[in-house]
Design a protein around this ligand. Structure first.
Ligand code: MGD
Ligand code: MGD
Ligand code: MO
Length: 745
């Protein structure tokens, strides 16, 4: 299918209430066994998340210490199947399909073309990618980087699947070259969480362990769709529920996995009725969470449901916070909820002695994301829910190693251990921050950056304002993509463009010193090893570590021991141990199940803020205005995609088959806007710069979404997200709140 063809075989049914169960297993197996062939698929599935196997490339949810034989989920199986596919993008494929043709293919078709087998280059004036040797490819990158008049003209993007070892070497390469230009997918993802948590508790990571989730008495899931994006989290919620926990879900959509769950890893879950998970569902208006948590905080104070001992000993700023009383009129307008619903929610907080709040993109991709998360921290601090078993703050990360990459220094700011890095390698690193993802786009657009290197990911499709982003990439002197499968970024090439194909998580990594493993960190700060076992998709593939070292050698020469690093990753881990705090004796501690990094607030109620206390904050209540006739639109994931990789065209839990260009709307809104289910519409977004951003021929789907709200799929709707519309302080695009109008096509 091309990018704009109508989806004639689309079908729509009622949204589901229950997630997973037998259908989940069957669908997962079909993806895993159908595409790669039965033996390879089964071998791969049995190795997922086992101590001697590989870390599931699906998501960052941690593995329990007592694993079941099949520690994976339907969507993990799809992720593995995508990597284990038998289809190949080889030199013959590129000879048959010019870039101009590939640029008309949609994301699904590009990705499904299969694994890239050879390094390839598209040179100026040519419309085909053609094979190139690894040595020539590295020399081309090295020459271009060395010729840059200013190292800040290069961008080193990272997606969150990269291992700790590759990430550490990649930031070393950028910084040794002389730039902090390390934009990453975190900038588009959980950046707001990192900033809000660092401000308030002194560390930008979540404060709970899996054991805490199992033993909590209240778990609040806000702005997150675990049934699709973190399916193994449902197993943990089910365990909590069986231990007596209550669950509250806050979401503009009644997402299937939040309401009820059939655990596919138990016989009961396969054939039984499933567990009702949610005790209270709040169908919040998009962007209403800050007001909601401010109101809950207000009620808890009014009721005296406050942990005075904790507040006195461990916090600052409480009097100022307590002096603000939220205005109920504003709260009800912002949340779209009734006062009774909010009182019920506050009552659940008051009744719980161990509360965990979990969140993901429904909170982070908003203009006031940082303030919203800080408001949640306020409520948790007020109740003494930090550093207490069964309680805490739980930002649920996306990519399987996105948290580890940040720990390894993938950040546009110099990491806290920058002095140690300089000393260890005898380099000098600038202290000025580099470009984050949105800055990187602007820098390409206005010519300040001319070399783009992507270690994984799909920058063209993952970024906002597609037209601007693609124009930026195309204007580069050189684009370099380290990838496994074909994607949109490859078909909007710079003047010269390289695709450097790599082995994936599931595949064996043989280097000079023998078989290698890598290491990763999950969403709960647990670090462990990951070892692929499958034969690589092509004999020409090398690892990300080897590719980064190849570029390093060609760019900076023998000043750093790139060859030694590429031959034996133990040499890399030795350097990580010497530079990054918490990684002492790294090699030995990776044996077996791995180890958990220190988290001072969780471990000992110690807060590394300027005054050593956790901080209450108060920010003015804000609401995104959506004028009459407009809707507030979010972009979210279907059940059949991994970010920009589209596994299939269904979204089973939401009742959608064979369609991606859809816009979910509330029936009352449709009536008000004189539209009907099934109408084809253009969607136009409205932003202060006056530029018209439009996507064409989306099908209206009547859906029980909160009033005044709409939803479309990422990345098809990314052309509508204005580059300038970003979260305050974290600069994350506001992918969950875009003001739009719908126009019959
Ligand atoms: N299978 C699969 N797994 C994945 C991914 C994938 O694409 N596929 N992606 C991975 C990545 S990188 C990430 S970051 C995570 C993403 O995991 P999620 O954050 O669960 O992903 P989204 O689909 O963006 O869902 C956002 C949820 O927030 C809700 N929401 C939107 N706006 C608001 C709001 O204003 N308030 C509230 N309360 N809710 C809101 C939406 O209705 C939706 O349920 O998943 C990771 N895991
Ligand atoms: N509108 C909107 N935009 C969004 C979001 C949203 O919710 N709405 N979500 C944002 C979020 S949370 C994120 S994290 C970003 C995701 O942004 P990215 O991380 O940049 O995108 P992905 O789609 O995860 O990247 C997929 C590509 O990675 C490559 N790949 C897969 N596995 C490997 C591997 O092992 N190694 C290497 N080198 N490459 C590999 C494949 O070639 C594949 O095409 O998108 C963001 N963009
Ligand atoms: Mo993400």
């Amino acid at each position: 299918m091309s990018q704009q063809e109508p989806e004639s075989d689309a079908a729509f049914g009622a949204p589901a209430r229950t997630a997973a169960g037998f259908t989940g297993v069957v669908v997962g197996m079909r993806h895993a066994l159908g595409a790669p062939g039965v033996a390879r698929g089964t071998r791969a599935l049995l190795r997922i998340n086992q101590p001697d196997g590989f870390d599931c490339p699906g998501c960052a949810w941690p593995e329990p210490s007592h694993r079941s034989v099949a520690e994976f989920c339907e969507n993990g199986a799809k992720a593995v199947a995508e990597e284990a596919t038998k289809r190949r993008v080889d030199p013959a494929f590129f000879a048959a399909h010019p870039v101009a043709e590939l640029a008309t293919w949609d994301h699904h078709r590009l990705g499904k073309s299969g694994r890239i087998t050879h390094p390839v280059v598209r040179r100026p004036g040519d419309d085909h990618y053609r094979p190139i040797s690894w040595q020539d490819a590295f020399a081309l990158v090295g020459d271009t980087l060395r010729e840059l008049p200013d190292p800040n003209g290069a961008l080193f993007y990272t997606s969150g699947r990269t291992s700790n070892e590759a990430a550490f070497l990649y930031q070393l390469l950028a910084r040794a070259l002389g730039t902090n230009n390390l934009p990453d997918c975190s900038n588009l993802c959980h950046e707001s969480s990192g900033i809000a948590l660092t401000d308030t508790i002194g560390i930008g990571k979540g404060s709970v362990t899996l054991e805490d989730v199992h033993t909590a008495s209240l778990i609040v899931v806000v702005g997150q769709n675990p049934g699709t994006n973190h399916p193994r989290m449902l197993t943990a919620l089910e365990t909590a529920k069986r231990n007596g926990a209550k669950i509250m879900a806050v979401n503009p959509l009644p997402e299937a996995g939040l309401l009820a769950f059939k655990n596919p890893q138990t016989v009961r879950g396969l054939v039984g009725g499933g567990t009702d998970l949610t005790d209270l569902f709040l169908k919040v208006r998009i962007g209403g969470d800050q007001a909601l948590f401010a109101a809950i905080g207000g009620l808890l104070r009014e009721w005296g449901a406050v942990d005075d001992g904790f507040i006195d000993e461990y916090t600052t700023g409480y009097p100022e916070y307590a002096a603000t009383t939220p205005d109920w009129g504003a709260v009800l307008a912002a949340t779209g909820l009734t006062r009774a619903e909010i009182v019920d929610a506050a009552r659940m907080f008051a009744d719980s002695d161990a509360t965990i709040v979990c969140w993901a993109m429904g909170l982070t991709q908003h203009r006031d994301a940082v303030a919203t998360i800080a408001e949640i921290v306020n409520v948790q601090l007020m109740r003494g829910m930090i550093g207490k078993p069964g309680a805490g703050l739980c930002p649920v990360r996306g990519h399987s190693n996105v948290q580890g990459d940040r720990t390894m220094g993938i950040w546009e700011r110099p990491p806290p251990w920058i002095d140690r890095l300089e000393e260890e390698f005898g380099i000098a690193v600038p202290r000025e921050p580099g470009f984050h993802a949105v800055d990187a786009i602007t820098a390409m657009a206005d010519g300040r950056a001319s070399v783009f290197v992507g270690l994984g990911g799909n920058f063209a499709a993952a970024s906002p304002d597609t037209a601007v982003t693609e124009a930026g990439l195309s204007s580069c002197e050189l684009t370099v993509h380290v990838s496994t499968t074909l994607n949109r970024s490859h078909v909007v090439p710079g003047r010269t463009s390289l695709i450097l194909p790599t082995i994936g998580r599931t595949e064996r990594d043989e280097r000079a010193a023998g078989d290698q493993f890598v290491s990763v960190e999950d969403s709960m700060s647990r670090v462990h090893s990951s070892r692929g076992r499958l034969r690589p998709a092509s004999p020409h593939l090398i690892s990300e570590v080897a590719i980064v070292c190849g570029i390093g050698q060609a760019t900076l020469g023998d000043a750093l021991p790139w060859r030694e690093f590429a031959d034996d990753y133990r040499a890399v881990r030795e350097r990580i141990a010497a530079v990054v705090p918490g990684f002492e004796d790294y090699e030995r501690r990776l044996r077996g199940d791995g180890f958990t990094l220190p988290h001072p607030p969780r471990d000992e109620r110690r807060f590394a803020t300027p005054d050593g206390k956790a901080r209450f904050t108060s920010s003015p209540l804000s609401m995104i205005d959506s004028p009459p006739g407009t809707l507030l639109m979010q972009t979210l994931r279907s059940h059949d995609q991994y970010n920009t990789t589209i596994y299939g065209r269904d979204d089973r839990y939401r009742g959608v088959s064979n369609a991606r260009r859809v816009v979910f709307c509330n029936t009352d809104d449709l009536e008000r806007l004189e539209l009907a289910d099934g109408d084809l519409v253009d969607i136009v977004s409205h932003w202060s710069d006056g530029v018209e951003r439009r996507v064409k021929a989306f099908r209206v789907v009547a859906y029980p979404i909160a009033f005044g709200c709409a939803a479309t799929y990422f990345p098809e709707a990314n052309p509508l997200v204005p580059l300038g519309s970003t979260a305050k302080r974290s600069h994350t695009p506001t992918s969950k709140a875009i003001v739009v109008t719908l126009h019959k096509s």
